[in-house]
Design a protein around this ligand. Structure first.
Ligand SMILES: Cc1cc2nc3c(=O)[nH]c(=O)nc-3n(C[C@H](O)[C@H](O)[C@H](O)COP(=O)(O)OP(=O)(O)OC[C@H]3O[C@@H](n4cnc5c(N)ncnc54)[C@H](O)[C@@H]3O)c2cc1C
Length: 373
């Protein structure tokens, strides 16, 4: 008799869970995704739809794993775009390549380790655009750009990309089940509930679980190192022609076009430990004030201001010590954790999912599973 494929139950349908599901199912495993929120849903408990999102690495040389994940994702997304360009029948992922400007209002101290890995990286001099026109129109007393670089980077239409991942996983045979798992009686109890849920839909017991529950992992497995990093953004009409991020002395600002949507995300904040989903009108004012300096071409409203579509907050799944991607044995069940990607879940996604696939296969290959490899 042929050996049945391993059945992997993925908890979570954010960018981390769905990318892992795609890699697992395309590697030949049976996959069931179980999540309280799936693409199309909107909830403060579901971070992925709130992201900008773009490739703009936050990894530092002290964290080579995160650097590697980001480089892998950059290369993979370029490959997706090249394939879409060659074959017009492929489903569109919602990715697009832009000039991405990075501005600093102070001398650059961080290591630009990523310069060799991105396309068309160059340093801008202060007489070059848009460096000089932004500084030229900045009122006296306000911070001016002191350093700028530009390179090619991918922006993501997050709603489209999540649906694309889900459909790609389904097409390869994965089943997606919408269900909330209990969080009050420990991870083992939640895994058993996930298994019952899968079996009630005609699936088998899980041979291995992937825990991609984002900030939900704080409760699901009692991880006290998790914390929210709240980000407030403003979605405006008009699709910017370029991306920018700006590091000010006491603020951060960014502008990320949503490919194909006729809209642009303006940001934003990074407030550690703040759980509230209610936007702060003062922050909205600040976001628009900074955007007006950097991207005035989007001010197309009848009053000369931005045409606001919505104002929202999302909670990045922060974790002291970085993302947790590792094997654990929980009451005899094999689990690969994949959560805590903070502000980089999209740009981490390919490298992180490849590691998840490798750990799932490692965990299935060794019996008994070593606790905490
Ligand atoms: C404003 C903002 C801007 C951002 N910009 C960028 C960017 O430009 N680039 C970038 O790379 N990243 C960006 N991020 C970060 C990125 O969005 C996150 O890192 C990423 O979305 C995390 O995805 P995830 O799949 O790990 O978690 P989530 O998207 O939160 O998914 C968690 C999943 O687990 C499920 N779940 C949780 N608990 C349970 C339970 N008890 N039972 C069942 N299911 C459960 C949820 O329903 C959901 O399906 C940004 C985030 C924000 C908020």
């Amino acid at each position: 008799m042929p050996t049945p494929n391993n059945h992997i139950i993925v908890l979570g349908a954010g960018v981390t869970g769905l990318t892992s599901a795609v890699f697992l199912v395309e590697a030949g495993h049976d996959v069931t995704v179980i999540a309280a929120h799936v693409p199309g849903d909107s909830s403060i408990e579901y971070t992925s739809p709130w992201a900008g999102a773009h490739w703009h690495t936050h990894a530092t040389p002290e964290d080579p794993r995160a650097c590697d994940w980001d480089v892998q994702t950059y290369e993979y997304w370029i490959g997706v775009l090249e394939r879409e360009g060659r074959d017009g029948t492929l489903p569109k992922a919602g990715l697009k390549l832009y000039d991405s400007f990075k501005y600093w209002d102070f001398p650059v101290k961080e290591a630009i380790w990523w310069a060799p890995y991105v396309k068309e990286y160059r340093v801008l001099a202060d007489h070059q655009e848009p460096f000089c026109s932004i500084n030229g129109s900045t009122p006296e007393g306000a911070g001016k750009i002191q350093a700028a670089v530009v390179y090619r980077a991918v922006a993501v239409n997050v709603a489209q990309y999540l649906l694309y991942l889900q459909e790609r996983a389904r097409k390869a045979g994965a089943v997606v089940i919408k269900a909330r798992l209990p969080v009050d009686q420990g991870l083992q109890h939640a895994l058993e509930a996930a298994e019952r849920e899968a079996m009630s839909k005609g699936r088998r017991k899980g041979d291995c679980f992937v825990n991609a529950t984002g900030l939900g992992a704080a409760k699901l497995c009692g991880d006290e190192t998790m914390y929210p990093i709240r980000g407030q953004t403003v979605l405006v009409k008009g699709e910017a022609a370029t991306i920018f991020t700006r590091s000010g002395v006491d603020y951060g600002a960014y502008c990320i076009p949503r490919p194909g949507s006729g809209s642009t995300i303006l940001g934003g904040t990074k407030e550690k430990g703040v759980w509230s989903e209610t936007p702060d009108p003062k922050v909205t004012e600040q976001i628009l004030k900074h955007a007006a300096l950097n991207i005035p071409e989007l001010m197309t409203g009848p009053d000369g201001g931005f045409e606001i579509i919505s104002v929202q907050c999302g909670l990045r799944p922060g974790r002291h010590g970085g993302a947790r991607v590792e094997i654990e044995r929980v009451g005899g069940k094999r689990v690969v954790h994949a959560y805590g990607h903070a502000g980089g879940g999209y740009q981490n996604s390919i490298g992180s999912a490849r590691l998840t696939l490798r750990l799932v296969e490692e965990s299935l290959a060794c019996a008994p599973v070593a606790a905490r490899l």
